[in-house]
Write a protein that binds this ligand. Structure first.
Ligand SMILES: Nc1ncnc2c1ncn2[C@@H]1O[C@H](COP(=O)(O)OP(=O)(O)OP(=O)(O)O)[C@@H](O)[C@H]1O
Ligand SMILES: [Mg+2]
Length: 294
């Protein structure tokens, strides 16, 4: 249980061997996108972060644990198809879908990717799911996107209807708290938990301020970080059939100013995640892939 004393303590996970018998996490940095609520932007945020990291020269593998919707997998499949159809070269993560067979199968799937990749990204379904819990407790970075709405916030904490002060933590926040405590105890690693605000809109100043206040209060109590994520933009939906992103300059036709701003918001999000730089260091090379790294 969170004790209200503030930040969760522990060592950084970067580059560290985690657990003597679980060496599959020794190399790749695991980023898990999770939120038991549906439609909060997990898949959209995951695909953009994955491609942004690949564009910076990192070797990235995406594992979709939502074997029904497969949004992340489908996005990247569409990307592969666009690459083939247009005969172009654009940075692309490896990707796979987990068919919910067994934990042993999931471990094997992770094993098959961890050694040759800098980052493993997991997208999870918007409901309680044992495989999502499994990867969550083994995350280095846990990203929980929420829409700027108290409906989404309710999954983490409940607010007083008059004052909007946080009344209590939700079940999910306690679950993550427990997972982090377990992890810190077992191998001294802190899961960096980041609440990312998705679909931000400039029009909603008052609601945004209330959300900011509530998130700031909760983040002090349970020690997550919060970051502004992607703004509400049609382009994030439009690009799905082609699997392209705003990063794929030169393949999108004429970019509007809004899209250049959008690229900047994605860059800031990736920077804010504060992922281990050493994973991409040795990719600094003549073709300048990593010039804008972190
Ligand atoms: N920043 C954004 N701007 C515009 N539309 C967005 C944005 N983020 C997400 N969406 C849209 O909102 C819907 C839900 O997003 P997404 O599929 O990423 O959420 P999710 O958390 O993965 O959902 P689920 O829990 O069902 O897996 C999609 O239609 C997506 O295109
Ligand atoms: Mg999804």
């Amino acid at each position: 249980m969170p004790d209200g004393t503030g930040r969760f303590q522990g060592k950084s996970a970067a580059g560290r061997r985690i657990g003597a018998d679980k060496n599959y996490m020794a190399d790749a940095h695991h980023i898990v996108f999770a939120n038991e609520k549906g439609g909060t932007g997990k898949s959209t945020t995951a695909v953009h972060v994955a491609i942004a990291l690949a564009a910076r020269g990192a070797k990235v593998a995406c594992i979709d644990l939502d074997n029904r919707q497969r949004t992340l997998y489908r996005y990247l499949e569409n990307r592969r198809e666009t690459i083939r159809r247009r005969n172009i070269e654009i940075p692309t993560p490896d990707f796979d879908v987990f068919e919910h067979d067994s934990l042993a199968r999931l471990e094997r799937l992770i094993d098959s990717y961890h050694e040759n990749h800098h980052f493993l990204l997991f997208d999870t379904p918007g409901r309680d799911d044992k495989y999502a819990r499994f990867v969550t407790t083994r995350a280095n970075t846990l990203v929980t996107p929420i829409n700027d709405s108290f409906v989404d916030f309710d999954l983490i904490g409940q607010v007083d209807p008059e004052s909007f002060k946080v009344k209590r933590l939700s079940f999910y926040a306690e679950l993550i708290w427990e997972a982090r405590k377990e992890r810190a105890k077992s191998d001294g690693v802190t899961i960096d938990w980041i609440v990312v605000r998705n679909r931000l809109q400039n029009m909603e100043a008052r609601n945004q301020q209330r959300m900011s206040d509530a998130i700031a209060e909760l983040s002090k109590r349970i020690g997550f970080r919060s970051l502004p994520g992607l703004n509400e933009r049609v382009i994030y939906r439009e690009l799905f059939p082609s699997g392209l992103t705003l990063i794929d300059k030169g393949h999108l036709g004429q970019l509007a100013t809004a899209h250049i701003v959008a690229r900047q918001e994605l860059r800031e999000l990736v920077t804010g995640l504060a992922l281990p730089v050493n994973h991409t260091d040795h990719h600094h090379n003549a073709n300048g892939l990593a010039e804008s790294l972190l």
